[in-house]
Ligand binder design. Structure first.
Ligand code: UD1
Ligand code: UDP
Length: 376
């Protein structure tokens, strides 16, 4: 029997877990061929931002927990690199899998590239063309350093080719975040979160906001004011990200409005049960733009741009822009949303992880770094 290949995946934040869980499961099913090592950087560390997802999605405990915690961009990136390097030297993986666009993604890609370990980027090629977003820097660098570029949207290929990436390195495999949604669909359906929260199905709005452009400045108070106003006709449930909670606390924003419910972040099953039962979602999240497109639910994105344009052109997403005044239009836009044609993008079908592991099986040699060209 051929020697097993070691795949090391790096997660750090909430959305990384949904993207890696199906890959971890598929590698586990093919345990005769692969050994999977899971590293959690600890960028997110509150139970409801981290552990709950590993449990719900069946990923289990990470093999290594780096405990980097919060910090400035440079501090966080440097801490991941410093703590990951000895792990990579010990585990000697044939490939390092990095999902998404967070600081842990960038740091892991840099650490692996310097050790000449091949990198697979899951969710490659997304671009907002806005370098004021930290995620855009992380995407650009991670893609340049990766030998396997796993995309889930056709414009990602164009973006990568325009930046000089090789066509042969790009694999259109579908969306692993949607794999998680498909795998968990029965549990999500059975969760009955709207009832548990005393909400009437189809008659409330789910809100999430956490981007620095919106929450780390004066726009947050305006947004909360607008949400309070629309909650009189459309109740709002808003699981608040810790960054946003800190900003609300420091601004002492009054959030005591009866039908505007600010709650702690909730687990994956509860969150998607809330989303699935809602009239629609207002968000600045990346992943939620995709999940709502898959579910066929209206999504209003409070951002100036999106790195996920397919959710607007084919899906259910409407880009509102960054001005919180536009929140006032949401009830009316919701009333029109049902008339819109929509299509789930190709290969968002629950089988992306299998395609990824098939590619790993074909491309990884039997010795670390002996087949994929890391020379660039
Ligand atoms: C990070 C990602 C962002 C992603 C988001 C997903 C970067 C640059 N940003 O943003 O792309 O959309 O995760 O949720 O990587 N905090 C806690 N508990 C936690 C985690 C964070 O209290 O478990 C607080 C801390 O005050 C911290 C702040 O949230 O300073 C921000 O955390 P950080 O990981 O730096 O960025 P996010 O805003 O979470
Ligand atoms: N999510 C969750 N609980 C919440 C908010 C979001 O489980 O309270 C899930 C959501 O369904 C999606 C992921 O977290 O799978 C998105 O994470 P986030 O919005 O933090 O990050 P982004 O996608 O913007 O990077």
């Amino acid at each position: 029997m051929a020697e097993r290949r070691t795949v090391l995946s790096v997660v750090g934040t909430r959305p990384n877990m949904m993207k890696i869980a199906p890959i971890a499961a598929e590698l586990g099913r093919r345990g005769d061929e692969f050994e999977h090592v899971l590293v959690h950087t600890g960028q997110h560390y509150d139970r409801e931002m981290s552990q709950i997802f590993l449990e719900e999605l069946g990923v289990g405990e990470p093999d290594y927990l780096l405990n980097v915690g919060s910090g400035s961009h440079a501090q966080q990136t440097a801490a991941v690199m410093e703590r990951l390097e000895p792990v990579l030297l010990e585990a000697e993986p044939h490939v390092v899998v990095v999902p998404g666009d967070v600081n842990s993604t960038l740091a892991a890609a840099l650490a692996a590239a310097k050790l000449l370990i091949p990198i697979a980027h899951v969710e490659a090629g997304l671009r907002s063309f806005d370098r004021t977003m930290p995620e855009e820097i992380n995407r650009l660098v991670a893609d340049q350093l990766s030998q396997l570029l796993f995309i889930h949207s056709p414009e990602a290929r164009d973006n990568l080719l325009a930046e000089g990436c090789a066509e042969a390195d790009i694999y259109d495999v579908g969306n692993t975040m949607i794999d998680s949604l498909v795998a968990m669909s029965d549990r999500i359906r059975d969760a009955r979160a709207p009832e548990a929260h005393g909400l009437l199905r189809g008659e409330y709005l789910v809100v999430t906001l956490h981007r620095p452009a919106l929450v780390d400045g004066p726009l947050l108070a305006d947004a909360v004011g607008q949400l309070a106003a629309i909650s009189k006709t459309l109740p709002v449930v808003f699981p608040v990200h810790p960054r946003t909670r800190a900003a609300l606390d420091s601004l002492r924003i009054d959030v005591s409005v009866e039908r505007l419910r600010l709650i702690d972040p909730v687990g994956y099953v509860e969150f998607l049960s809330l989303v699935a039962g809602s009239a629609g979602v207002l968000t600045d999240s990346g992943g939620i733009q995709e999940e709502t497109t898959y579910l066929g639910l209206p999504c209003f994105t409070l951002r100036a741009n999106t790195e996920r344009p397919i959710t607007v052109s084919q899906g259910t997403n409407t880009l509102l822009g960054l001005d919180p005044a536009r929140i006032a239009e949401v009830p009316e836009l919701l009333a029109e949303a049902g008339e819109r044609e929509r299509q789930v993008p190709t290969l968002w079908d629950g089988h992306a992880a299998r395609r990824i592991v098939d590619v790993l099986s074909r491309t990884l040699g039997s010795q670390p770094v002996d087949q994929l060209d890391v020379a660039g």
